[in-house]
Design a protein around this ligand. Structure first.
Ligand code: CP
Length: 342
């Protein structure tokens, strides 16, 4: 069993995870193995232990620079990556589209080259265009972590969602997960599909036909990685027996044409309400990646009710992001899911 010794972080077993992929970037979960995801979740537990100390600071990334480069608004993701870097003693610099030179016509590539020349070890990046982090990962030596690209991927969100499911329900394998909402434009939904299926969950997607990717509207070939996913347009059917209900935000800023007759109609058909939650398993949890449109995709009574784990998701986001930052910069560069040790 391999362990990596770093100051201040408790030792963990590696859970049998592969230690050898040499991961430099975190772009999506499609190229993560089940073992590697398991390793990240284990290291997240070690990071949580650090966050529970009276002094939340370890020197694991001292001397490293993390730059967050956000070209879209964010509260949870940006703040938690910043907090994660600071707890690990990295120097963290925040750059947003409002205050960088892309405003003066500089290309994203040149902006990123500039950040690299300023010794960015890791660039945590959010961008409205799908594939933008992949482009930078191909051209830069800095590590790239995707913090959300267009409607494509949001891997750290999916990892924190899986961590929260494991924490609350004791595991992910075999769990019945209903993902309800704007599947078409949701990068959170897409990354969760990769992760949850690799970890053995049974996933049902629920949305009006206009908000389901066209590929999912017909049976997928048996060999397709998403072939086991069930799709329904009736929320009652999706929630029946579900152990996890994940509501997704309507991505109104990405919807280009009339996908919905009206928000009121959508809410009437798909809002996660207390009444509808009675169909779910008795101990079902309710998740939402945030930000929420309360009263549209989720009723406030559910969002703030006893089954809601939405705030725990946010808290777990810091530990997951610590595990990712720690994983990519380690000089011997095992996978991001390799063991973290004192
Ligand atoms: N879940 C999520 O990505 O939230 P933010 O947009 O606030 O980062």
């Amino acid at each position: 069993m391999t362990t990596v010794r770093r100051p201040g972080i408790p030792a963990l077993s590696n859970g049998g995870g592969s230690m050898t992929s040499g991961r430099k970037n975190v772009l999506d979960l499609d190229d993560f193995s089940r073992d590697e995801i398991g390793g990240v979740l284990e290291n997240t537990t070690a990071m949580r232990e650090v966050l529970n100390r009276s002094i939340r600071k370890v020197p694991a990334l001292r001397g490293h620079t993390v730059i967050t480069l956000f070209h879209e608004p964010s509260t949870r993701t940006r703040v938690s990556f910043e907090q994660a870097g600071k707890v690990l003693s990295a120097d963290v610099i925040n750059v947003t589209s409002a205050d960088n030179s892309t405003k003066k016509g500089e290309s994203l590539y040149n902006t990123a080259l500039t950040l690299q020349a300023l010794n960015a070890d890791i660039i945590v990046m959010r961008h409205p265009h799908s594939g933008a982090p992949h482009f930078l990962a191909r051209h830069l030596d800095s590590c790239i972590i995707n913090a959300g690209d267009g409607a494509h991927a949001h891997p750290s969100q999916a990892l924190l969602d899986m961590y929260t499911i494991k924490e609350k329900l004791g595991g992910i394998e075999g769990k019945r997960v209903a993902i309800v909402g704007d599947i078409l434009y949701s990068r959170v939904g897409r990354s969760n599909l990769w992760g949850l299926l690799k970890m053995g969950a049974h996933v049902t997607l629920c949305a009006p036909p206009t908000l389901v990717p066209p590929d999912f509207l017909k049976p997928l070939p048996e060999e397709h990685p998403f072939a086991s996913v069930r799709v329904t347009h009736r929320v009652e059917e999706a929630l029946e027996g579900a152990e996890v209900v994940m509501a997704l935000r309507l991505q109104l800023e990405r919807q280009t044409s009339g996908h919905l007759p009206s928000l009121r109609e959508y809410s009437r058909m798909y809002c996660i309400t207390t009444r509808r939650m009675e169909l779910a398993a008795p101990d079902a949890i309710v998740m939402h990646p945030g930000p929420m449109n309360e009263g549209i995709e989720i009723d406030p009574e559910v969002a703030h009710g006893v089954r809601s784990v939405i705030e725990q998701q946010v808290t777990n986001g810091v530990a997951v992001r610590m595990a990712l930052l720690f994983g990519v910069v380690t000089p011997d560069r095992g996978t991001v899911g390799r063991s973290a040790a004192k």
